[in-house]
Write a protein that binds this ligand. Structure first.
Ligand SMILES: [Fe+2]
Length: 184
């Protein structure tokens, strides 16, 4: 997780989140620890899907923020890691569903005082070399290269979630912050 934290030297739990991978049939369950690391709420690493794959997440316990971002492409169709075409933050709580559309990288942040638990329907490729940590359908490199998404979800001075821009991104064309403040 140090690769993608706002503060890579920040102190946090040894494990930030746990996953039970069941795939399309059994579904995948993710459980987040509560808390912050140097002010940034605990989150999943974040990834883009390889190929034509969307995903549905159901929030079954707790509260959080889902971040979605779609990268710009050059004329050859290569993704530009530091240029975002469309960034969205979605505030979620138990009972909500979030759809991760094609081409949108995604991660989910726990902004509550309890565990956050979600169920999703992502396929699991058990033939891949390391399917448990890094399933074959997901690209984590673009996120690693940029030290996370275009915004971090941080705790503001009132203990509320807010967004903070990741300075490594060159541009973010379209934004929907879902009602969250953006801190300077
Ligand atoms: Fe995914």
């Amino acid at each position: 997780m140090q690769d993608v934290l706002m503060d890579p030297k920040g102190v946090g739990p040894a494990i930030h989140y746990y996953m039970l991978r069941g795939g399309v049939e059994q579904k995948n369950t993710t459980v987040w620890e509560p808390g912050t690391i140097s002010g940034e709420y605990i989150k999943t690493y974040g990834h883009y899907h390889i190929g034509e794959l969307s995903e549905n997440y159901s929030i079954v316990f707790g509260q959080g923020v889902a971040l979605l971002q779609k990268l710009m492409e050059d004329q050859q169709g290569n993704l530009l890691a530091d240029q975002v075409e469309d960034f969205r933050a979605v505030v979620v709580k138990a009972g909500d569903e979030v759809f991760m559309p094609l081409k949108f990288g995604h991660l989910v942040v726990n902004t509550g005082q309890t565990y956050l638990v979600t169920i999703d329907d992502s396929p699991v490729d058990f033939e891949d070399r390391d399917p448990v940590s890094f399933p074959g359908h997901a690209d984590y490199e673009l996120v690693k290269q940029m030290r996370g998404f275009a915004f971090y979800v941080v705790e503001d001075e009132n203990g509320q979630p807010a967004l903070k821009k990741n300075p490594l991104y060159k541009s973010v064309a379209k934004t929907d912050f879902g009602g969250l403040r953006v801190l300077e």
